[in-house]
Design a protein. Structure first.
Length: 144
């Protein structure tokens, strides 16, 4: 199980790095990306599976990492959940000045949707890059 945990840890690093990098480039280019969301969801799944696997190792006594490793391992799950909440807030901020989306013309609706998508991507990109940083620290403090 420990080697599986290490492989999952590397998956967390790679997937969050890919999602964060892809999201940053798309956001800087001002181009919403559907593929970003696919990468992000895979990265989030990797985080969830990694946390569950790590807690199982800990509960079974198969490993005895220090408290710092445990903190760096659990916080990415919290960051994932917090980022999702911030994403909702970003969308609401973009929509707060729009009284009735249905009354807007097609071009205006697309502009609003684009702003919402980019705001959400920006928030989630920062979350993925933060998770990448935390996962790197967990890896550095780890050891089986």
């Amino acid at each position: 199980m420990t080697s599986f945990h290490i492989v999952l840890g590397i998956a967390v690093l790679v997937t969050n790095g890919a999602a964060g990098g892809w999201g940053a480039v798309a956001w800087l280019r001002d181009t919403p990306s559907v593929w970003f969301w696919y990468l992000l969801r895979v990265a989030q799944a990797a985080v969830a599976v990694q946390v569950v696997g790590g807690l199982m190792l800990l509960a079974r006594g198969e490993t005895s990492p220090d408290g710092l490793h445990i903190a760096y391992g659990l916080v990415p799950l919290v960051v994932t959940l917090f980022s999702e909440g911030l994403r909702l807030g970003a969308a609401q901020r973009e929509l707060e000045h729009v009284e009735d989306v249905d009354s807007l013309g097609r071009a205006e609706q697309l502009a609003v949707a684009r702003r919402v998508a980019l705001a959400e991507m920006g928030v989630m990109t920062v979350g993925a890059l933060l998770i990448l940083t935390l996962a790197l620290r967990a890896y550095q403090t780890g050891g089986a």
